[in-house]
Write a protein that binds this ligand. Structure first.
Ligand SMILES: [Fe+2]
Length: 368
């Protein structure tokens, strides 16, 4: 038997109107909530549902809605200051990956003092404020992972911090919050979820449990990818949200691979959306896996019920016109990527030349 462990302590509640219907579950988290969110949760109904649920429980709340995409340490510090001033003793995260990841960092750093320069050095104690997460995009899966990805200006990249303490206590999933999601966000977040599931299978740290979750995620998600560019039905939104959660559960066990590690430079230096960055790079990773006969590639193809060429065409259709990035920058990114721990976790084991080829492939340049 393969040696592995499985830990996923988040209670997941799925279903229409589950925040209001099962909001009593929030009672056990504390007396005063800091709601960490961006600007869109006020428009999609999620914030109103959370506030109503808290009020019904006799709990009070302070709203921190200043989380921006790719949250910074300064954003996390601002959230902690507000939390302290308000006397909040638990956190409700409402939104996509950025609010959820900022919330996790706030929850942990509020009870573990760290200098800015030591935030990414690991070794956290197993302690954080309790959290409930309400995802309003189907991409990050952050509601069921122990990771928070923050902008790391000192290293000019995005860096993941990880601790079992950052698993949310509760996650409420309801596709209705995605009904007004802009098409570009729907596409990019779906690409992120698809990349999570595929990368999880291609990770050296994959386990039987992560493999099962990732394959089921791909089976549901892949046929729905083209729909994200149109107007998905509510049931399809629900399915996308469920599949993204499964992919989150998978990477909570296995982590991601070179695709995520390489994508951070595209986001940091060119502002390319995180999910799109992964979508741009994933085709190259799949082709490299084919070249190197990585067995997990067959699992991905079987779960998607498509060929490698078919998957690449599906990705191409969603990605549309690609950005132009000068070759010298891509060479620099390839050098940077080699120090990322995700490179070594990839079953396709890319060399620096292969990392560069993946970057060039992402931007439609041939390797000379
Ligand atoms: Fe991601």
């Amino acid at each position: 038997m393969q040696s592995f462990s499985y830990f996923m302590p988040t209670k997941v509640i799925c279903g229409r109107d589950c925040v209001r219907g099962q909001g009593a579950l929030l009672k056990e988290l504390g007396a005063h909530a800091l709601i960490v969110t961006g600007k869109s949760s006020a428009k999609n109904g999620a914030l109103a549902d959370v506030l109503a649920a808290l009020e019904a429980n006799g709990q009070t709340a302070t709203v921190f809605d200043r989380v921006t995409p790719n949250p910074t340490i300064a954003c996390v510090r601002e959230g902690i200051a507000l939390l302290m001033a308000a006397g909040a003793d638990f956190i409700v995260a409402v939104g996509g990956g950025s609010p959820m990841d900022a919330a996790k960092a706030i929850a942990m750093l509020a009870v573990q003092e760290r200098a800015d320069e030591e935030i990414f050095s690991g070794g956290y104690a197993d302690r954080a404020l309790p959290m409930a997460h309400v995802p309003t995009t189907a991409g990050t899966g952050s509601e069921v992972t122990p990771y928070a990805i923050l902008t790391n200006d000192a290293a000019q990249t995005k860096t993941s911090i990880s601790s079992p303490a950052m698993f949310p206590r509760l996650a409420f999933l309801d596709g209705k919050y995605m009904e007004k999601l802009p098409t570009m966000s729907a596409v990019n977040t779906a690409l992120d979820a698809f990349s999570h599931a595929a990368e999880s299978l291609l990770s050296r740290s994959a386990t039987p449990m992560s493999g099962m979750l990732a394959k089921e995620s791909l089976r549901i998600l892949y046929p729905l990818l083209p729909q994200t560019a149109g107007t998905p039905a509510l049931e399809e939104r629900d399915a996308l949200l469920y599949a993204s959660m499964l992919a989150g559960m998978a990477i909570a066990q296995s982590g991601t691979t070179a695709v995520h590690g390489m994508g951070y430079s595209l986001t940091y230096f060119y502002g390319i959306d995180h999910g799109r960055a992964n979508g741009l790079l994933l085709g190259g990773a799949l082709r490299l896996s084919e070249k190197k006969n990585v067995p997990a590639l067959q699992d991905i193809l079987a779960a998607c019920a498509d060929t490698l060429g078919g998957i690449c065409r599906t990705l191409d259709a969603l990605l549309g016109e690609r950005e132009h990035i000068p070759r010298e920058r891509l060479e620099e990114f390839a050098r940077r990527a080699m120090s990322n721990k995700n490179i070594k976790k990839s079953a396709y084991e890319p060399t620096q030349a292969e990392v560069l080829a993946m970057y060039l492939n992402a931007f439609c340049e041939s390797v000379s």
